[in-house]
Design a protein around this ligand. Sequence first.
Ligand code: GDP
Length: 297
Amino acid sequence: MAFESLTDKLQNVFKNLRSKGRLTEADVKTALKEVKMALLEADVSYKVVKQFMKAVQERAVGQDVMTGLNPGQMVIKIVNEELVRLMGSETTEIAFKPGNEITVLMMVGLQGAGKTTTTAKLAGKLKAKGKKPLLVACDVYRPAAITQLQVNGEKQGVDVFAMGDKQKPVNIAKAALEYAKVNSYNTVLIDTAGRLHIDEDMMAELEEIKSNLTVDQTLLVVDAMTGQDAVNVAETFSEKVGIDGVVLTKLDGDTRGGAALSIKAISGKPILYVGMGEKLSDLEQFYPERMASRILG
Ligand code: GDP
């Protein structure tokens, strides 16, 4: 289960705090040190842990906690609130254009992150919300990516625009947008090509798409299981390509939690959705508060 070890450790710290009637400053310091260790072991970025601890410390060693009726509970409350803040506090929604104007979403990410699956999952979700989505197969390098999108699109009842694997992605995207206009689709989801590593070709290709058509939102798909790598990928894409948000996949696995807790703070971009399994229905909106409650157990 995701966050299992982090949850266990935090619960232990809190149990100790609760078992004490009055807390000394030393008690609080010890507890916070343990929280810090737990976060580091969960693979949360060092920089993020440092900022987080500073914020918690400032509040927890203050008067309110030490003189309050229930100092243990107070510390727990502060940790909870700061975790929520770390993940962006508010739920971020995709910004759609008004009315039936076409909103173009470009899905980017490294190979294997779950981009193609997530693109189809998202299309299904948007369709259920009343949008008329069109999936666009621009992942021309990974064998089977096009077929995979077509199969999943069909399962979701969403049309797929494909031109095989011989055309340049930018040309496919442009043709798809024309097709969408003529056929009254109002949301276009472009599944771009991922590569094993971030490289110049990949960035150039994404930039080419971006500079040839109006992309309204670029969403990065990253794999929670890759921990700090996912965070680095988010930071790089944010700087080099420009992204509006992140979809964090494979949170149903036994990820330690570092990516979920570090992405917003490091890349500046919020997590919009989380992937909770391989099925096409396993995509959930991201709620920082719910995630914090889940982590605290
Ligand atoms: P792409 O190369 O980024 O397009 O990756 P795919 O969409 O082909 O996904 C790679 C693998 O990850 C596939 O086996 C997917 O079923 C799996 N996958 C995607 N999202 C999730 C998720 O949220 N949870 C789990 N357990 N598997 C996922």
